[in-house]
Design a protein around this ligand. Sequence first.
Ligand SMILES: [Zn+2]
Ligand SMILES: [Zn+2]
Length: 838
Amino acid sequence: MNTDTKASTLDARKGSGEANLPLPTRYDQLELEAALQKKWEELNTYRFDRDDRARPTYSIDTPPPYPSGEFHMGNALNWCYFDFVARYKRMRGFNVHFPQGWDCHGLPTEVRAERTYNIKKREVSVDKFREICVKLTTEYIEKMKMAMQSMGYSIDWSLEYRTMDPDYYKLTQLSFLELLKRGFLYRGEHPVNWCPRCETAIAEAEVEYIHSEGTLIDIRFSTDKGSLIVATSRPELIPACVALAVNPTDARYVNFVGSEAVVPVVNRRVPILTDELVDATFGSGVVMICTFGDKTDVLWQHKHSLPVVKILDSQGRLTEEAGKYAGLSTSKAREAIVRDLKEASQVGGSKPLSREIGTCWRCHTPVEILSAPQWFMRTKDMTDQIIEQTNKVTWVPDFSKNRMIDWAKSLDWDWVISRQRSFGTPIPVWHCRQCGGILPAEKEWLPVDPRSQSPQAASCASCGSHEFVGDADVMDTWMDSSITCAVHAGWPEKLTEFERLFPADLQPNGLDIIRTWDYYLMARHLAMFGKPPYKTVLVNGMVRGADGRMMHKSYGNYVEVTEAVKKYGADSVRQWAAAGGSTGYDIPYRWADVEYGRKFLTKLWNAARLILSSLQDYDPDLPAPELDLLDRWLLSKLNNLVRASTDAFENFQFSVATDSARNFTWHDLCDQYLEAAKYRLYSDNREGAESRRAAQYTLFRTLDTVLKLLAPICPHIADALYSELWRDHLKPRSIHANAWPQVNEQLIDDESEKQGSTLVRLLSEIRRMKSEKRLSMKAPIKKLKIKAGEEAAKILSRHIDAICQIAVVQNVEIGQIKPATGKPESEREPEFQLAAEF
Ligand SMILES: [Zn+2]
Ligand SMILES: [Zn+2]
């Protein structure tokens, strides 16, 4: 604590009335946390050391969030997990690479810019629109960064990156060119999911399915063999009908197959086909194939080589193909077509239909399927490889792996990577005006924006023309963020570093982005490097409100991270994140958990004050003194705790690590040991000197170890108390630059644990008895009669001196309780029967 005024909490004792106390009475958590965060930053405590070749590296590929300006509780949980691992690994001797980026491009920011400034992207120039987006993004990043810093995350901010910066998107473009060269990318006209509001293609991962109530209407089609009824929920697509289909086993329609039907409204003649995918039990069992009502239509169009009728434009309005309905929105067209069909007596009955419909993940508009030239990555062909590699990666928890595999299997189409938007990485390609051939940019031209820049002195490879038009699209934002593993590792320039940092050791992210982030990272890096990008995926669940529902502003259960930090400090919120639930499962946000965290910190602070005040004359370099039973008891438990805690961190079980360290500190150290050791610490006679030193030795080691075990979870208080503990000794000042404690096998002693536990249970009983009689703990007992079970009585007989000293008893008599047999536990005698004369 050698920084300026903010550090005054710990130095305030100098010259104050508390000169003999190592710590101030009041634990001013917020002041302390802010001062430490500043100190860490100034000392570069979390800087990745590029020149260090001795320590092994541990690289964490953190998901770059969208700069929304809000850092919510779900984010806080995510980042706590990353930080627990980063801090633990640093203490385990790793050179930790913990970068932080911002996934700037894409729809979220564009939609926000449009709403904030009440504009449409088409109304302003590309450059102007980009400028607005950059400005908004920069503001939002600052807000989120402040929230992250207030939580004390040990991010190496020197590694910060923003995907909208030319230095970064140049790499996105470079990877595009590499993949294009290797045949992983192609341009083609295929049906894609389309958001009519955002006016862009979107990937399957960006379609969110919601429940919707619609109407199923029976429409009469006339055919050569009589009329057929077709049940449809989307009559507005009738003008795009290119065939009718029935199941080949459906006996009702055998006669119709092979003949033609007349599409109402547009009077087009279309074939009547069979296809085994037709569900004979749905509606009339006859379906109309429209290009494109849904994914099955896409499949049928392809399979039966049907014509394509493009009935919707980019804004979701009907095209010229719809004849008199051209220009209408889908809902208006539905009304008009149903009205016309009714007039022509071609509408039968109707009934309600509930179904799942796909919506745009960003603006929630129902998506349509449109066919237009787009860029694709050949991810479908990679499915087997992706699944094989997914199985080789460690997933925590293990079940989260299935999300990835199920997702990879469920994909019907290649990944559409072009977007008809402005704020994104430009596609580094020009198209020949003469022959339509493609001219990719040269590496040296990057970053480049073909929307405003011409290719440098190039001619078309096919026709020799010099006239090009730049590709007008930008890339899906996941194209930016799915190369992070390679970019962090130094690709393409620092290849020696790449060997050290790729694949990432840890890929931590929320359950909700497995199908996007984990999937795209895997596909992208397999295509580029033939290797999976990560070794372990650590998945966190979602944060629910206190009412059990997902946390959402509209539910009134939303809590701001900054609000929680202001109220209870970062170390309390971090304890909630660690202890709130098992890794990978949803966890509820409960103020009570944060409050409990805060109480624990106060308890620890007060206990540390007491311990530090008793260690003023202690020299940790002296050889170990002879230890008493309770010293051996505590140190044995402590070493078992180190083992359990290490296992828990190795397996990402943060709740186990936190609960075990807190329980030990609160109960074994504070409630039991400290109470029992007080008389030894304050004894000033010569006979007590050795015993006093043994208690000091035990407390010094225990506090030192406990602070280290707590350091990943509560980094602020751990660092503050650790600095005080080692204030007068030669040790690195920050706990975070120290080694994780080792298990000292020699101190693990089952017998001492057993005997010590019996003794502390008795001492608790005596304390309870004194407090029931409203007596001070120091109140002497003239005579104490103890009855206990055979084994406990034997143990206690061996420690009569300790009982007398600790509980201030002048005379003790120990007898046995007859062993209780055959009684249920609730009816058994208490463990000890006490009778005292005061
Ligand atoms: Zn949309
Ligand atoms: Zn050409």
